[in-house]
Design a protein around this ligand. Structure first.
Ligand SMILES: [Zn+2]
Length: 334
């Protein structure tokens, strides 16, 4: 018999799956002060045979080194190993992100503070990897303290792990190595950050972990939408997300996410058709005029995602940093 135990760790939920013969933990848990103790208590001292990290972000893989020190192997998709080992985000990625606001067409009074925010983030990432203690918690108090992320080399490649009864599906988008766990016998989906109730987690601007140069950017959003469509085709009975509580009616949630994305992509196309060519900043200023200055990075990532989606469908293209609609070839008149 298959059983699942959700374990809440601050803002995250990890899941201990008991497959009868073996026990698999989905996500390592985040590393805040006290998290490891809470985990030990929740599993009552019986270690899992395997920990699967859905992706390399610190709140999903942050206790990877802790598990491996206890002899429990952690599986991460190789495309996210650089996040676990600390090679990513690289200096080149941070530098590309610092140039991004100006290249996106933002005026100096927006671009300069936005670039400074990346410098601060770079310092914070370094501190999370090297701090002896725990960094201070954020204002939003999602976890009791700030999170650490001690670099580790995963013992297993997620694409080579074989657990009878569980399919580990590589669905890049949220990160290049993002994955979900699927139990076909139960219709259970362990979705990490791919599918959450109440919000669509737009992927951040991010690099291919191995690339630099002008084409540094990983086109995350079109891949993320493709991943949602793949999940829809599975018709999951129940979703166990990486944040929050398990939920049913999974395809309705997926359909709502896809519909919302498609409407916004369509609006982006209309902006380009009416006013293009436009810089990314000018597209964003038309779509989100009130919030753009306050929430530059979030909105820039969102709008870049819409533009990437249009580009992937052949409906938009950019030249010299300005985006235009691509006229569909008109159907021949009969
Ligand atoms: Zn994530």
């Amino acid at each position: 018999m298959t059983a699942v135990q959700p374990i809440s760790l601050g803002d995250n939920t990890v899941y201990l799956i008991d497959l009868g013969g073996s026990r698999v933990l989905i996500d390592t848990g985040p590393d805040y002060r006290g998290a490891a103790g809470e985990l030990v208590e929740a599993i009552r001292g019986r270690l899992p045979d395997l920990v699967v990290a859905t992706h390399g972000h610190l709140d999903h893989a942050g206790l990877g080194s802790w598990w491996q020190e206890r002899g429990v192997p952690v599986a991460v998709h190789p495309a996210d190993w650089p996040l676990a080992t600390g090679e990513a985000p690289s200096d080149a990625e941070f530098e590309a992100l610092q140039r991004f606001p100006q290249e996106s067409g933002a005026p100096p009074d927006v671009a300069i503070p936005a670039a400074a925010a990346i410098a601060a983030r770079r310092a914070w990432v370094r501190a999370s990897r090297t701090a002896d203690g725990y960094p201070p918690g954020g204002r939003d108090r999602r976890w009791p303290t700030g999170l650490r992320y001690r670099p580790f080399t995963p013992r297993l490649r997620l694409d080579e792990v074989c657990v009878p009864g569980i399919e580990l599906l590589h669905l890049p988008g949220h990160t290049p190595g993002n994955a979900v766990a699927w139990l076909p016998s139960e219709g259970w989906l362990f979705s990490g950050d791919q599918l959450l109730l109440g919000l669509t987690p737009t992927p951040a601007l991010q690099a291919h972990h191995d690339a630099s140069g002008p084409d540094w950017r990983f086109r995350s959003f079109p891949a993320f939408l493709g991943a949602l469509r793949k999940l829809e085709s599975l018709h999951p009975a129940r979703c166990f997300p990486g944040h929050g509580s398990p939920f049913g009616d999974v395809n309705a949630v997926i359909a709502a996410n896809l519909e919302q994305a498609e409407q916004r992509i369509q609006r982006t196309l209309e902006v380009l058709m009416n006013d293009g060519p436009l810089s990314l900043y000018d597209v964003a200023a038309r779509l989100y005029p009130r919030a753009l200055r306050r929430r530059f990075w979030q909105i820039a990532a969102t709008v870049q995602g819409f533009l990437d989606a249009l580009e992937s469908e052949g409906l938009a293209a950019s030249r010299g940093g300005r985006w235009h609609a691509v006229q569909a070839a008109s159907a021949p008149l009969s």
